[in-house]
Design a protein around this ligand. Structure first.
Ligand SMILES: NC(=O)c1ccc[n+]([C@@H]2O[C@H](COP(=O)([O-])OP(=O)(O)OC[C@H]3O[C@@H](n4cnc5c(N)ncnc54)[C@H](O)[C@@H]3O)[C@@H](O)[C@H]2O)c1
Length: 418
């Protein structure tokens, strides 16, 4: 099978949108131009399990131009942009297996299709490819040089695999690059999560009590942008340092049960499970809206909401109304999956520019350093992180100073400053 997409006739629209995104990805463009000249990935087989968006398409083209054979599948059943999948398959010659709304069986068959031919490099957003190789497709392990991982949740999974001795090849944690999580998770998730909620509901956030569950990189961004739209922010946390930061950033912090009683819009971004549960739904005011922007659809206990309900219906695209026994209605967005990718387009290209430049350069690094890397999770090498920041700054016409010799000496000598 060369591809499995919804409709190849959508290709033209996909190409237009991919080119539009490309305009906002100057750092990745520089990487692509160098890759095209130097061919550092010549003949390399790459399987990429990522959200199939316009930005991912530009990454796949970069890898292809570097000489790789790339196969792409979705990292979430609801995040695929069908026009992009069509364009990748038919216009860019990149085998793609992804259909928006695919059922679980198709989702996993697409992962297996991406692994066909035996990848030498895996590229994950949530560790599904690596997990499949290590459990169901062990025969592929000897051929794998290594992998890259895009998101917090995937890195958590991979670190526990490495700790338990289950991981069999090196993986680079792209998420740990400063030029990834400080920008993609914070500003990307911040803006696109609200974009997704607003597109799905057309709610006015001004004056609304918004509960942000989890004050990590994503939570900070979501809270910041919701505050900017005039919302009254409440944060829930389990980490005292993060909670303290939220208090000093000017938000109210309270336990989930208390927040459930007063919140109107709830957004989970913890990377954990069971954040909004039965007792919380029971406490919510009528008309409460719940959405998730963490990686998996386990942050909101949807079965518990179903069990409390006497009726359920879809009232708008991506909005499911649950009627509770006492007549209260609670609205679940995007089936509890990443709302920024289900009802909107995911992160803006300008921020994915940095994440995906890190991805492409990490693949090159893996290939060049394959002999010295062990079956561990590695950070993105600092020189790559710094270079991505430098190039991004330059593309934004922002320039910085360099240390004078005197300053350099002052910063590195213990004898200075007395
Ligand atoms: N929507 C997107 O496009 C997108 C982008 C990047 C990351 N993510 C995903 O978002 C999730 C969060 O990522 P992050 O980078 O912000 O992680 P993070 O580790 O920086 O933050 C998570 C926060 O949640 C808190 N938390 C954990 N359990 C909690 C609980 N029971 N109640 C309240 N808070 C709790 C943690 O203490 C932490 O502060 C991950 O699943 C990640 O993969 C999504």
């Amino acid at each position: 099978m060369k591809h499995d997409v919804k409709d190849t006739a959508l290709s033209g629209k996909g190409v237009d949108r991919i080119e539009w995104a490309e305009q906002s990805m100057p750092v990745l463009r520089l990487v692509r131009e160098r890759f095209a000249r130097e061919q550092p990935l010549r003949g390399l087989r790459i399987a990429a399990c990522l959200h199939v968006t316009t930005e991912t398409a530009n990454l796949a083209v970069t890898l292809r131009d570097g000489g790789a054979q790339v196969r792409v599948c979705a990292s979430n059943p609801l995040s695929t942009q069908d026009d992009v999948a069509a364009a990748l398959s038919t216009h860019y010659g990149i085998s793609t297996f992804a259909i928006k709304g695919e059922d679980n069986k198709t989702y996993y068959s697409h992962i297996l299709a991406a692994l066909e031919g035996g990848p030498q490099v895996t590229m994950d957003d949530g560790a599904d490819l690596v997990t499949t190789v290590l459990t169901e497709k062990k025969d592929l392990i000897p051929g794998v040089i290594g992998g890259t991982e895009e998101t917090t949740t995937g890195v958590i999974r991979l670190r526990s695999m490495a700790q338990d001795g289950v991981l069999k090849f090196p993986v680079i944690s792209v998420n740990d690059a400063d030029t990834k999580h400080m920008f993609d998770n914070r500003y990307g998730t911040g803006q696109s999560t609200l974009d997704g909620i607003i597109r799905a509901t057309n709610l006015l956030l001004a004056g609304m009590r918004v509960v942000v569950c989890g004050y990590g990189w994503c939570g900070r961004g979501v809270a910041l942008r919701a505050k900017g739209l005039g919302a009254d922010i409440i944060v829930t946390e389990i980490n005292p340092v993060r909670a303290l930061e939220a208090v000093m950033d000017g938000y109210r912090v309270m336990p989930m049960l208390e927040a459930a009683r007063v919140g109107q819009l709830f957004i989970t971004v913890t990377g954990n499970k069971g954040i909004i549960r039965k007792e919380h739904f029971e406490a919510m005011p009528p008309g409460a809206v719940v959405a998730n922007s963490g990686h998996f659809n386990v942050e909101i206990d949807i079965p518990a909401l179903g069990a409390l309900s006497v009726g359920q219906r879809r009232v708008r695209d991506f909005v499911d109304e649950y009627t509770l026994r006492d007549g209260r209605k609670i609205f679940l967005l995007g089936e509890g999956r990443l709302i920024n990718l289900t009802s909107a387009e995911g992160h803006p290209a300008s921020v994915m520019d940095m994440s995906f430049a890190n991805q492409a350069l990490s693949v090159e690094y893996l290939v060049k350093n394959r002999a010295s890397l062990q079956a561990q999770v590695y950070p993105v090498p600092p020189h790559i992180d710094q270079e991505v920041a430098r190039l991004k700054l330059r593309s934004m016409n922002a320039f910085i100073d360099t240390l004078t010799d005197e300053q350099q000496k002052y910063l590195t000598s213990w004898a200075e400053g007395t």
